[in-house]
Ligand binder design. Sequence first.
Ligand code: SF4
Length: 352
Amino acid sequence: MIRRYLGNYNSFTCTAGQCPDTCCSGWMIEIDDASLEKYALLKDTNFELFNNKIDWTLNTFIRRENGDCSFLREDGLCQLQRTLGEETLCMTCDKYPRHMEEFPGVREYSLSISCPAVAEDFVALSETISFAEESDVVSDNDDYPDFNELVYNKLIDLRQLFFQCLKSNNVPFERKCAGIHSVLVDVQEHLDFGQWANCDENAPKLISQSSGYQLSSLEAFVTFRTLEPLRDGFIQWTRSIEGLVALADTAAMTEFRNSIPCLELLKTNLCYYFIYTYFCGSIYDDYVYAQGQQAIFNTQLIEYLLFGKWLENKKSLSKKEASEIIYKYSRELEHSNDNLILLEQLLDQANQ
Ligand code: SF4
């Protein structure tokens, strides 16, 4: 098996009780079948512990009125884990924020930036992120019906080209986006006409010829507003700064960019993260353009949110505030399959 690990995947440590915004709150945690069976056996001998904490019809943990998982203690720790041990955690709680994408003989791992500890590390990065690759003798016993190896290899090559483009020095981020965007449009066109074999023939030329790509703030916010809101506080805040961003002129954006020295690197790394995590998954649904474009969309929208915070603060933005915006945005998107799919569809339609 080939295994790829993005960034500092293997050194992640959960900050547990110190976490400013625990993942044990604000979303519906689905319980996998194996854990559900385990809980069904344990609940008879641990009645008090399990009483009213699991919805056995929806297979989820019951949430309190404030959105907390009913196993969450006041000190930010999990009552289930503290009482019965780490091995009783369901798959989601055990793995989060670790994420894995599967392809035949390949596993790609990353840490979700929806976790505050991961987002904080992300903002603190001093160089462009990359992934490490290793292989072992474990064989892949999963089935991949209709998996197209040729197309997958093309996607891997294209992704590599995008990474090279993102890593190029002294090129403004918007120019990198323009190159990636032109390639995505061209490749999707080839795909729509069934021309997979030569779908990447124009890619190197398109990457080097492009000038600049910037989503308008209106387009970015309107699309974001179409998604299902998960956390009211954050959504209301995005609405409150949308007007500020819309009223700001180009000079203010330039001043913002110049005043945050690590911004270019942060945008590059965010775009890298989204491309690494989602682009090759388009092998399963053919939304090649949309899976690549969402990386540009998410990164540019996050930049507008950071800009909005900077304006709201009267021209200042701390690293803590930046990481908070990143993980909160990621939660709205990446903690909802419906939102991930809807964004993909909206971006695909915009390319029609
Ligand atoms: S969000 Fe991250 S740091 Fe916070 S409790 Fe969950 S895994 Fe730990």
